[in-house]
Ligand binder design. Structure first.
Ligand code: NAP
Length: 249
């Protein structure tokens, strides 16, 4: 029996780890990348193998083209095929106003969130598109509610990067709609993960949840459920869509 194969970027922690583990529980063999935390990656690989499915963890910075090319070649060699890509790897930097940011930060934020998403989407299309001899597939981009909210006084650069991911989702979905590939995005709201600590406020979700109509933060598993649906045949007529998983925010 063949199992579908998914590549989840940034699958070692947070939302990406939840997607990688849930995909294995639903029958996928799972390749995932991480940037530097090899220990966290090994723990996720262990959890995937415990479900009986194959796990492949590869270090790769998605903002570096050579790393992305090596990542996809490794998946080709070890998994043999690619049915789904989840462009999850992303980051933000310390909360501040735009007039306190510098060009180095913008290059890092746009590099990881935008260029990384573009690089991985390109490699996936080259493998999945029927125009390139592929059998089709699905791409799920993890955007953010920030693309609609703008994130003033926190990280406008990150919000704008996710806005670019939304636009790319719409354009690419139309570009490959007749080539067997569906492209969608998820816009998570305030989700309990380590990302808020990297913004300088580990308790950000609990501080900000009063602004969420449902009055709570979300879990990585709640985002993973949406990703698994968008990857599945159950969403076969859905493409170019932004799915908000944000408690009404
Ligand atoms: P997280 O807990 O900080 O985990 C980030 C993951 O991405 C880690 O696996 C990390 O690898 C990897 N990563 C970061 N930069 C990378 C790079 N340049 N190349 C390769 N891998 C990289 O973050 P998260 O909260 O799960 O976020 C996942 C996605 O959801 C991101 O795109 C984020 O923007 C989006 N999102 C999150 C929230 C939220 O509230 N949490 C809300 C909206 C959108 P290492 O483990 O090696 O560091």
């Amino acid at each position: 029996m063949t199992h579908p194969i998914v590549l989840v970027t940034g699958g070692s922690r947070g939302i990406g780890a939840a997607i990688a583990i849930m995909a294995a529980q639903r029958g996928y063999d799972v390749a995932f990348s991480y940037q530097s935390n090899a220990k966290a990656a090994e723990e996720v690989a262990h959890k995937i193998r415990a479900t009986g499915r194959k796990a492949l963890a590869t270090q790769a910075d998605v903002s570096v083209e050579a790393d992305v090319l090596r990542l996809f070649t490794t998946v080709d060699q070890q998994m043999g095929r690619l049915d789904a890509l989840v462009n999850n790897a992303g980051m933000l930097e310390k909360q501040t106003r735009l007039d306190q940011m510098d060009v180095g930060r913008w290059n890092r934020v746009l590099g990881a969130n935008v260029i990384g998403t573009f690089l991985c989407a390109k490699e996936a299309v080259l493998r999945m598109s029927t125009q390139h001899g592929g059998k089709g597939g699905t791409i799920v981009n993890i955007s953010s509610a920030a693309s609609r909210l703008g994130s003033p006084n926190e990280f406008i650069d990150y919000a704008a990067a996710k806005g670019a991911v939304d636009s790319m989702t719409i354009g690419l979905a139309k570009e490959v709609a007749t080539e067997g590939i569906r492209v969608n995005a998820i816009r998570p709201g305030l989700i309990y993960t380590d990302i808020h600590a990297s913004a300088g406020e580990p308790g950000r979700v609990d501080r900000a949840k009063v602004g969420v109509p449902m009055q709570r933060g979300g879990t990585a598993d709640e985002v993973a459920e949406a990703a698994l649906w968008l990857m599945s045949e159950q969403s076969s007529y859905v493409t170019g869509t932004m799915l908000d998983v944000a408690g009404g925010r």
